[in-house]
Design a protein around this ligand. Sequence first.
Ligand code: GLN
Length: 277
Amino acid sequence: MTVQTALLQGAELLEGANVAAPRLTAEVLLAHALHCDRAWIYAHGNDDLPERAWIHFGRYLNERLGGKPTQYITCRQEFFGREFYVNRDVLIPRPETEHLVETALEWMKRNPGSRVIDVGTGSGAIAVTLALEAGCHVLACDISTAALQVSHRNRQNLNAPVSFFAADLTSAIRPQSIDLLVSNPPYVPGEDASNMQREVRDWEPHIALFASGDGFEIYQRLIAGARTVVKPGGRLMMELGYRSLDRVREMLAVDWSDIAVISDLAGWPRVIAATRI
Ligand code: GLN
């Protein structure tokens, strides 16, 4: 069995089961089984596949066929050009969340020396990226101690100046102590669960995805908390869910000004930013 044959067989298997991007997925899983990168596979297509790698590859294919997201198999996801460790205790960082990071970085550039916090940090992808891109210290919290173990690991792997702590939203933050609060909160309404991709619904942590009250419970509590902890003149930036914009904007109508909405590449409103009056 050569590397190339294994790859083709894997891709065929995935394609037959209607797994998205079968070829790419097979490459990623095979590279993971071989402890190499995808480029290596191309350069060594005619090599014999070591038995151990074949066994691992088979197991990974099985897991993927069972619905497990590739990122939870490889324990890796790239975000803003860096590789983050992920497991089932955290949401897999999404490319659209890079808009939130970009919006925050722009603001941080204009406001050096700011006190910045990422609320509901999960894997730490946002906090670690902000700290490394802006070259400054960032705070981050999460209610899930399991998620905090993942974010600690990412801080360590990437050597990022981030302080993590366990807390429910803003409950542990001193009043008027924050210049910039960023968050990608859970915002999926429970009723949307049946329409979700099974990879998301059956594998990603529900605590990071779903919010009660039609998906607005966390926005509500987060905005109320931010009102207390963000300094007057400080900024709040949040990721928006599909259909979140109008109600979130309403919640910001009192106590907040300079509301900006940033769309993602698909044209959906994805980030909302507001200044504490
Ligand atoms: N965007 C995620 C999804 O794919 C949800 C992330 C979140 O709830 N913050 O459903």
